[in-house]
Design a protein around this ligand. Structure first.
Ligand code: GLN
Length: 471
């Protein structure tokens, strides 16, 4: 176990090529070891990983003070797969503490803020790289790594991808093992991939999207093969001719008209569709994610997890309860505490029916909305039929974010304004569907904008196909 502060010393002692200013580095730890010569499909590829993905050579801190000295006993399954395929882990990236945030501003005070590298001019004030995987997106955008892993519970890969002008995939729920990922909200958490090009994201996906007996929610080989048979049987091998793309009418911000025109010219059919439950997705998400987080974060309190420095400080007269309270009070940041309180409240006996169950019901409605739109049924639906609904769509298309990257003001709590950033990303998370943000030009302010492609569960192949046309 390394002494407290060692991560910061590591960063201070190493400057990666093209890392613009160490003050705003996206990394919380940099791997200074020389890459060993490797073979495999990812040989020679440098990959950064978000700091909530277990990685044994360094503490996995979730950008939280409480875990600064936590060295995981094993590597996450996705990291093992990357390393076995020859990839070199270049470092761990900063994130909003425990994945809670949209701007990568909920960081311990000893971490510098991450600056978005996609600035159109050096005179521009720094903007946020998005969150919570802002460090991973910025590392890809500044080209200090070839690809990066993030996690996406409600948009944490897609939003930073959109703000930084890179590609970001949230796969179907259960496609990539969560073994070794420090949980935020289990029913929503997904490992996601960021890279400059769709091809690169696909290459990483092919390596880490595997069944895993170590994660009971990771889909089995038989579920995967049902999905891939449907994909092969129903969709064109080349191009997007005949692909039916839906534009949700509830989303008032539109995709660039030149993109729609281009997709039509390539033979796609564009139709307007409706997702009536879309407006309820954001409140439902924040209730469910906070409820799950309040339960998941109960394990941090200086027992198995929590800093040894805190333990040493323990005063002999302190009761176990007092010690746990002190460690949690000092170790968690403000936003994390807020979510724990909100989640505990939603799960309390008085509120359960009125808050938690209502949010679950809204999630169910939204899932139904999506399923009624798709041309092919959910591959794992017990009632699935082989016939396709010709009136249905194959893909949804809409902007990833409600705006371009916001100016980086401070670390303070941004309240509901920050939560609103997730308006267009949480729906696919609640429905467990694959969604990918692909850069699609610049906004009026010169900063990148991204569009999101969402498809049926297990149809990543289709998402990659359309993504390559869009980029
Ligand atoms: N911004 C959302 C939240 O704070 C999503 C975060 C995520 O996907 N990890 O919950």
């Amino acid at each position: 176990m390394r002494a407290s502060g060692s991560k910061i010393q590591q960063i201070a002692s190493s400057v990666r090529p093209r890392t613009s200013a160490i003050q705003s580095t996206p990394y919380s730890w940099i791997n200074n070891s020389t890459p060993s010569s490797s073979t495999g499909t990812l040989a020679g590829k440098s990959i950064a990983i978000k700091d909530n993905i277990s990685y044994t050579p360094a503490p996995t801190s979730c950008s939280s003070s409480i875990l600064q000295e936590y060295n995981p006993p094993y590597n996450a399954t996705c990291v093992e797969s990357l390393v076995s395929a020859g990839a070199h882990v270049v470092g761990q990236t900063k994130m909003d503490e425990f994945g809670m945030g949209s701007l990568t501003t909920h960081l311990p005070p000893f971490y510098s803020l991450v600056h978005n590298p996609a600035s159109p001019s050096p005179d521009e004030p720094p903007r946020s790289a998005g969150g919570s995987s802002g460090g991973s997106a910025a590392a890809v955008a500044e080209e200090s790594c070839w690809a990066a892993l993030g996690t996406d519970t409600g948009g944490s890969v897609r939003l930073p991808a959109s703000y930084c002008g890179v590609v970001g995939l949230k796969p179907s729920y259960g496609m990539i093992s969560r073994r070794g990922i420090i949980a935020y909200a289990d029913s929503l958490d997904c490992v996601g991939i960021l890279a400059k090009e769709v091809d690169d994201v696909e290459q990483v996906f092919d390596v880490i999207s595997q069944p895993d007996g170590g994660d009971m929610t990771c889909s089995s080989s038989s579920s995967r093969s049902i999905a891939s048979k449907i994909l092969q049987r129903h969709f064109p091998k080349n191009g997007i001719r005949g692909l039916r793309i839906g534009l949700p009418q509830e989303i008032s911000i539109s995709c660039p008209p030149s993109l729609i025109k281009y997709l039509k010219s390539q033979g796609a059919e564009i139709v307007e569709v409706s997702l009536p439950a879309l407006s309820k997705a954001l409140p439902a998400y924040y209730v469910l994610a906070s409820a799950e987080a309040s339960s998941n974060l109960g394990r941090f309190g200086g027992g198995w997890y929590g800093s040894s420095v805190e333990r040493e400080k323990a005063n002999k007269d302190e009761s176990g309860e007092e010690r746990r309270k002190r460690i949690r009070t000092e170790g968690f940041g403000k936003e994390v505490k807020k979510r724990i309180l909100a989640g505990t409240w939603a799960l309390s006996a008085d509120e359960f029916n009125n808050t938690y169950l209502k949010a679950l019901h809204l999630r169910h409605l939204l899932r139904g909305n999506y399923q009624s739109l798709f041309r092919i049924p959910h591959p794992l639906s017990p009632t699935r039929s082989i016939t396709v609904d010709q009136g249905g769509i194959d893909m949804l298309l809409h902007p990833t974010a409600i705006r371009t990257a916001p100016v980086l003001k401070s670390r303070q709590d941004k309240g509901s304004d920050e939560y609103n950033q997730d308006l267009l990303t949480v729906p696919a998370s609640l429905a467990g569907l694959p969604a990918m943000s692909v850069p699609s030009g610049k906004g009026k302010d010169g900063w990148p904008i991204g569009v999101s492609l969402t498809s049926q569960w297990g149809m990543e192949g289709l998402v990659f196909k359309l993504g390559k046309v869009v980029e």
